[in-house]
Design a protein around this ligand. Structure first.
Ligand SMILES: C[S@@+](CC[C@H](N)C(=O)[O-])C[C@H]1O[C@@H](n2cnc3c(N)ncnc32)[C@H](O)[C@@H]1O
Length: 228
């Protein structure tokens, strides 16, 4: 096969994939936004299985997201809107026995899925490092300035009053604390990184580092000086 034909074929495949992704985003986005206009619902709990599917772990490996979020040994970390806990267990492995992970979600049925993972023999060692808490991002049941890293993975756009939630995150972070927001294009609520950055800046954060790529990014923020 001549080289030009191969190049054309590859270009066509990429263009086709891009168009499919675009159509998916438009359809799912319109559906999600229309639904949310009438009922402010979080991702239903039965999606917990999909959120922790083998496919997702392959395209968005938990170890990558945890590394990007800046989680290290001994840290106190919050997985805010943890869902079924796809990333929570990996966070616990990274903080180690001197650290702590608070897995917080508003839906008890999501948390039940995380709890049943924690009951497995293979997770016995990390189970004690994870505190599973039913709670809202509007009123996080943790003390002021007590947390090193707060991760929000595919969560922020699901929260109706995002600024309020981010101010609450700001409250629980230590002065050196980090807010790590991760978004992935397959999520119907996926926002551009500029949208995420503008939201966080409104709540008094400054960008520390941006990692990943257009479809799958993590923005790490630090607490900036409050102007008001
Ligand atoms: C799309 S899921 C993502 C779950 C998980 N972070 C992941 O990436 O697998 C969003 C999660 O955010 C939770 N959530 C939505 N609004 C919330 C709020 N106000 N406070 C706490 N959790 C919330 C939902 O219950 C849901 O489990």
């Amino acid at each position: 096969m001549p080289i030009m034909a191969v190049v054309t074929l590859v270009a066509k495949i990429f263009a086709g994939l891009f168009v499919l992704l675009f159509i998916y985003q438009v359809i799912v986005r319109v559906l999600a936004k229309t639904l949310r206009r009438y009922i402010a619902v979080p991702a239903p709990a039965f999606l917990g299985v999909l959120l922790d599917s083998r496919f997702r772990r392959k395209i968005q490996p938990p170890s990558d997201i945890v590394r990007r979020s800046g989680i290290k040994q001994g840290m106190r970390v919050v997985d805010l809107g943890c869902g079924s806990g796809t990333f929570t267990l990996e966070m616990a492995k990274h903080v180690g026995e001197n650290g702590e992970v608070f897995a917080i979600d508003i839906q008890p049925k999501m948390l039940q899925q995380l709890e049943s993972k924690l009951q497995k023999e293979e997770n016995r060692a990390i189970k004690k490092l994870i505190k599973v808490i039913e709670g809202s991002a509007y009123k996080i049941p943790l003390e002021d300035e007590s947390i090193d890293v707060c991760c929000m993975i595919s969560v922020l756009q699901e929260i109706p009053d995002r600024e309020r939630a981010l101010c609450e995150v700001r409250r629980i972070l230590k002065p050196t604390g980090v807010l790590a927001v991760t978004e992935f294009i397959i999520d119907p609520d996926y926002p551009l990184s500029t949208t995420t950055i503008n939201l966080a800046m409104k709540a008094g954060f400054v960008v520390d580092e941006m990692l990943g790529n257009f479809w799958n990014y993590t923005v790490r923020f630090r607490k900036g000086a409050l102007t008001q």
